[in-house]
Write a protein that binds this ligand. Sequence first.
Ligand code: PLP
Length: 472
Amino acid sequence: MSLPDKGRSTEELLAEITRLKRDDLPVRGGKVTAYVYDTGRPEVHEAAARAYFEMLEVNTLDPTAFPSVVEMEKQVVGAVAELLGGGCGIFTSGGTESIMLAVKAARDSAKTEGRPRMAVPVTAHPAFHKAAHYLGLVLDAVPVDPVTFRASPAAVEAAISEDTVLVVASAPSYPQGVIDPISEIAAIAAARGVPCHVDACVGGWLLPWLREAGASVPPFDLSVPGVTSLSCDLHKFGYSPKGASVVLFADPALRRRAYFASASWPGYTVINATVQSSKSAGPLGGAWATFQALGREGYLELGRTTLAAARTLREGIAKIPGLRVLGDPESALIAFGSDEVDVFVLSDEARKRGWFLQPQLSYAGIPANIHITVTGVTLRGVEAMLEVIAEAAEAARGRGPARLPEGLVELIAELDLDTLDDETFGELAASVGVDLGGSGQPEMAVVNAVLDALPADRREAVLIRFLSVIYS
Ligand SMILES: Cc1ncc(COP(=O)(O)O)c(C=O)c1O
């Protein structure tokens, strides 16, 4: 696109946006079982959108210039703290930023001789790898139990060294939706004098409602002795528009370590609670309005329907020939695998039928599988979802496993992806059926099978190359 010579009308722009979005996955309706969170109540999302728009141009950079930001943030963070064991917090743009700030606070509070390290279960979100990468920490990956997929407290303990500044546990971890043994891990961390972060990005605003709706949910929040910080995304089960998360700290002194101030230049003084400096207060307005529009009753009702849908889905999937649910998920995230059908082909077959079921690659001994995030709207379509999964599984059985072009995995494993030109990368993509310049949805089973056959560092190199090519 080049900049138009003359300005265009709003109608024209909106029509163009509609055209640009034509191949997007639908954000409402429950047929996309990852990325998006639908209450099934359009009026709630409408209230959030209007409040977002109302706060759009407000810059959170200077809280003295826009006191509305302070008031709204105190209300939103206060509500999260009230539900999750107290403490004080920061409103951030998402789980990754909440985690970055928790890691920064831990790093800056500690005095280590060597490079600071953190002990992180292999099922924890890559945001911890990103934080380690950006903030100069070493990440010690901790194995999980191969049957339950929960972090092993003994393995966490073994990973703690003199230089460990943070121990991590998830409530729940995303891949299999299981809750790590938070109390045990936090007690171990406390006994060793190390802070413990609970990643409740998914579960923070979900598990309390599931518990109230009848699920058995172990203690996981700041009320657990030894837990020093916690991340809770509002743009997940808070059902807020994207750009909304909260990081809580048990101690205000720890929160101060997450902040950044600079007076070392001749311009305005910079005081930032978050990574970003200038940013829109829109997401804060959206989160505030979603809380207000749903209220306690609204969230509890969503917890009830989510729990009912998750249970129906688990039981239903277990009855489909060849499929098995991985672990014993206590939340609203369910993963299933198969020894009989190729789950990547199954995912493509579901996509042909209008449903997006998220494929997950094998890692650390955990087999490739399909991930489903159950939300408030899922219950209405849960039987249809089960039918599609059963049909897709049968179709995948009929098709057999994805066939990889001979020698391709070996070729990619050897290639120097940094120096490869875009054209050759495009040809490689085409050999697995992906037209990098094209639109629409290619079949992904072969791509996923190729990635699955590569070690993690090669997968990462391919993905980075892919990103740079699609944006070129
Ligand atoms: C458990 C967990 N933690 C952190 C994150 C990162 O959140 P975000 O994508 O908002 O940065 C996710 C995202 O799915 C997650 O599932």
